[in-house]
Design a protein around this ligand. Sequence first.
Ligand SMILES: Cc1cc2nc3c(=O)[nH]c(=O)nc-3n(C[C@H](O)[C@H](O)[C@H](O)COP(=O)(O)OP(=O)(O)OC[C@H]3O[C@@H](n4cnc5c(N)ncnc54)[C@H](O)[C@@H]3O)c2cc1C
Ligand SMILES: NC(=O)c1ccc[n+]([C@@H]2O[C@H](COP(=O)([O-])OP(=O)(O)OC[C@H]3O[C@@H](n4cnc5c(N)ncnc54)[C@H](O)[C@@H]3O)[C@@H](O)[C@H]2O)c1
Length: 440
Amino acid sequence: MKKYDLLILGFGKGGKTLAKTASAQGKQIAVVEQSQKMYGGTCINIGCIPSKTLVHEGLESGSFNQAFELKEEVVTALNKKNYHNLADDENITVLDYKASFKSNTEVDLLDEQGKVVDTLTADDIVINTGAIPVIPDIKGIKESKHLYDSTGIMNLREQPKRLVIVGGGYISLEFASMFSNFGTEVTVLEANDKLMAREDKEIVSHAIKDLEDKGVKFELGAQTSEFEDKDGYTIAKTNKGDFEAEAVLLAIGRKPNTDLNLENTDIKLGERGEIEVNNQLETAVKHIYAIGDVKGGMQFTYISLDDFRIVKDKLFGSGARTTENRGAVPYTVFIDPPLSRVGLTAKEAKEQGYEIKEGKLPVNNIPRHKINNDPRGLFKIVIDATTNKILGATLYGLQSEEIINLLKLAIDQNINYTVLRDNIYTHPTMMESFNDLFNI
Ligand SMILES: Cc1cc2nc3c(=O)[nH]c(=O)nc-3n(C[C@H](O)[C@H](O)[C@H](O)COP(=O)(O)OP(=O)(O)OC[C@H]3O[C@@H](n4cnc5c(N)ncnc54)[C@H](O)[C@@H]3O)c2cc1C
Ligand SMILES: NC(=O)c1ccc[n+]([C@@H]2O[C@H](COP(=O)([O-])OP(=O)(O)OC[C@H]3O[C@@H](n4cnc5c(N)ncnc54)[C@H](O)[C@@H]3O)[C@@H](O)[C@H]2O)c1
């Protein structure tokens, strides 16, 4: 049986980065990836990069065909680059198989027929197998020819005239915004009675209005009970009526991908099917780690990357770094314009007992909006009135996906809000709005 120093199951963000780091330490590493189309993982091939390429092209050219062609080029180039980055490294072996645990110490490699072709062992094993879409149990779902997950919808050859999206989360809103920029009629069917329920209510109302102004329709409290195919389209039957569409995107969440025969190990799963880990990402089996989406929690590429930092420190450093060192985690929903958030909303801060001050600035008060030719949006910040520290921010407007990162730093570094208020910023930029936003 071949033995490696480090065995990484899945070519995700954290795993591939760890492979290169371990190689620099002179270790022998095997990375097992079940699909050549997934070298580099979800983000590169079917997640962030293709979706944001389409979002960006939708805004630039509004051409479905141009955007989908460009997306293909970008993904092909990145997939190749990611493969060579590992495979050309003399210490790293990329193995094109599905990994499956035989025991706590042995991993089988399965070919496409599910036949075991080899068995490997290693001092340390890192599970980095990501997440897969949740597919609801709705009548007609298996039979319909017009249903797609986020991967399938990005491989469409023809622009749908009408798109129905089941679910109203991240993927839904980004694809709703993007497809409406291409000129597709979009209807979102969300089961909950609110969209973006955890976000600042006032900002959500602005975002929904802007999406509605593009023509996106929202049906809240919508339960889809059946899909019925007709010639060239399908009918989504719901408690809110019937909705016809040439394409339906199913986007009701993604769940940890634990199809690894974990029952052959002592690894434990949590309530949501995630691999249970401690704050150093060790599973119940000490030499096996789980990183990225498969271990549950926030599903972002930069969380997988931060997981890499923790395992790197455990394997090659002081072992001091844990999941508690992440600080405030920012995120952006790439709708048009983007909605970015870090820390607490005013509601959450009050619920946690803080006495707060709030700052608020409509984007149309920021000189840069004239140059951007886009007055849409609203920036809000929440300050601890007792300590003057920044508790959170929700920025809805152009370039918020960049600016939010500075606020994460300010929160983590415990900077008084007055520092951001009195700082010099270049002009004319969106960030110079901090002089006014923090003037409270
Ligand atoms: C449409 C979409 C848009 C997104 N947009 C963003 C965004 O803008 N920003 C952001 O931060 N996040 C975004 N995300 C989330 C982000 O892509 C994920 O959180 C991130 O890629 C997870 O990385 P990972 O390291 O957990 O593993 P992944 O990158 O998911 O890698 C897992 C790999 O393991 C392989 N694998 C699985 N099982 C096996 C097995 N048994 N044997 C061998 N190989 C296996 C898979 O083929 C895959 O390549 C988006 C996701 C989607 C779907
Ligand atoms: N910009 C980003 O960082 C980005 C972009 C896309 C995806 N992602 C990641 O991918 C993950 C998955 O995205 P997602 O949008 O699939 O999941 P999500 O969890 O964000 O949203 C799912 C939505 O579907 C609704 N829902 C659940 N069951 C339903 C049903 N039967 N009918 C109608 N609605 C239903 C939920 O109420 C929720 O609003 C996200 O959690 C996110 O972490 C991140």
